[in-house]
Every structure is written in structure tokens, then in C-alpha cells.
Write a protein of this length. Structure first.
Length: 267
């Protein structure tokens, strides 16, 4: 919780595939929330990274581990490209919010905020499992102190979800799961995952509300790709003390009011 204001922050993850397409009215709505409570934003970078070079659109750029989890093949050069596109993206997001009357600051997770454990080393290449030095890792903890200093109404902090591992190396980590860890560390009651789909679909039907237990069962049996990671992030956020996780493509007010999107709760 914000020590300065006593208000729990709102944490919003901005999907890299949809961030650039959010209309002005969406940002107006977000700024309205930010005027009344601390705002923490976590961004993805998938679309601007794909534009940076052909290698980021090649199917071989995405790896699958022995458990079926997908990850971008990350080398030191990829980390630098992520930082390049994130700097431009961050400047645009902070500038947009400042134009709407908020103040803003960008934090890079690997600068003492987000820490990661040992990453998976065995990945499928075709039909063979091979050992790769892939600079990715699961989040182990968040140092909440740098974040707490930024939590006040009228101010937004934008986090680039890179992390630092035990060996001191900068690593890539999943943005949805980073948002979950940051929401838990900041004492948020709500985590909003803004994506390019309107709802979670189960058997082709939109789901407006689902328990964490049912979401985890669906994740492990039938969810694939990005939705599998979002459902894992939702479970981690709820386990960390967040009351509710909402995902969808609408303005934050509509998602929190339950007018659209999917809400995931403990019960």
C-alpha cells in the first residue's frame, strides 16, 4: 500500500500486442483512475520488437521448453534491443499521461526492483531437446521499496519488466507474471491485464467470471500461448494477496465494473 496516500495502487499490464492501438478515450479513462489513486503500469514490447528486425518474426525466435512453456530466445543482443524499444515506448506512455495531467516515471525492473531465479536450460529445437543459454528466468521476488517511493495519487510509474538473476545478469521475464509480482509487492487490490482479446474463452464461449481454481484447471488442460501465461500470472497475483485479476481489451473502468472482460477471483 502507498505509504504516502494510504490508497492501494491500481496495477495495469499493457499488452505489447495492443498498446499502440489503444484509443485516446482509453488513456483518458486510465488517467481518471490515476488522479485518484497511485498507478503502476507494466508494459510488454512484442509488437515494436517484431518491427525492429526480421529475426523477431521468425518462428525460431520463440522457444518451447520440456513442459510446454514458450519463451523468446533471449541473448545479450536481444536484451539490448528490448531496452531500445522499451525506451521509446516508455517515453510515449509517460508523455501521454503527462499530457493528461499526471506525472510519470519509468523504472527498469533490472535496476534493483525485480529479481529472477535460474531459467530453464533445455528447449525443443525441432524434435530434439537441446541445452541453450537463454537469458530468461522466473521472478523470485520484488524489492518493493523503490516502488513504494513512487506511489501517490496523480503519479504513474511505468515498469519495464526486465530482471536481475543471482549471477547479476540482466534477463528477460514474462510481463504478465512481472505485473502479478509487482501488484502483490505494492499491496494492490486489483490487477488489470489489458490484452487484444475481449474475454477468456472456454469451449469457445466468453467467460465473465471464474475462480482461480477453475482458471488453473483450464490453464493446465487446454490453455495455450499467451493466455496460459496470463492465467498463471492471475493465480500468482491472487496467491500474493491481490483480490481480483481482470483481463480484457476494454477501458479499465468497464473492466473493473464487470461490464466486459473476465474477472478471476479466489472464490
Amino acid at each position: 500500500m502507498s505509504a504516502a496516500s494510504g490508497l492501494a495502487p491500481l496495477v495495469v499490464k499493457l499488452g505489447g500486442s495492443c498498446l499502440e492501438d489503444l484509443p485516446g478515450s482509453w488513456w483518458d479513462d486510465l488517467a481518471g483512475h490515476g488522479r485518484g489513486r497511485p498507478l503502476v503500469l507494466v508494459h510488454g514490447w512484442s509488437k515494436p520488437l517484431r518491427r525492429l528486425g526480421a529475426r523477431y518474426t521468425d518462428p525460431s525466435a520463440v522457444l518451447r521448453d520440456r513442459y510446454g512453456n514458450q519463451s523468446r530466445w533471449t541473448t545479450p543482443e536481444v536484451i539490448e534491443d528490448i531496452k531500445t524499444v522499451s525506451a521509446d515506448l516508455g517515453a510515449n506512455v509517460v508523455g501521454r499521461l503527462e499530457s493528461l495531467g499526471l506525472t510519470g516515471r519509468r523504472l527498469i525492473g533490472s535496476d534493483g526492483l525485480v529479481f529472477a531465479g535460474e531459467g530453464e536450460r533445455w528447449w525443443w529445437r525441432g524434435k530434439e531437446l537441446v541445452e541453450l543459454d537463454n537469458l530468461v528466468g522466473p521472478i523470485t521476488h520484488v524489492d518493493a521499496e523503490p516502488l513504494r517511493k513512487e506511489l501517490r495519487p496523480g503519479h504513474a510509474v511505468l515498469v519495464t519488466p526486465l530482471a536481475r538473476n543471482a549471477a547479476g545478469r540482466e534477463v528477460n521475464t514474462d510481463a504478465d507474471r512481472a505485473a502479478a509480482a509487482l501488484a502483490a509487492a505494492a499491496g494492490a487490490t486489483d490487477l488489470v491485464l489489458v490484452t487484444d482479446v475481449a474475454h477468456l474463452l472456454v469451449d469457445g464461449e466468453p467467460v465473465t467470471r471464474i475462480t482461480a481454481e477453475a482458471a488453473a484447471a483450464f490453464r493446465d488442460r487446454r490453455a495455450v500461448g499467451g493466455m496460459r501465461k496470463k492465467l498463471r500470472a492471475a493465480g500468482e497475483a491472487l496467491d500474493g494477496g491481490v483480490d481480483r485479476v481482470v483481463l480484457g481489451s476494454a477501458p479499465v473502468t468497464d473492466l473493473l465494473a464487470g461490464r466486459t472482460g473476465t474477472a478471476i477471483t479466489r472464490t
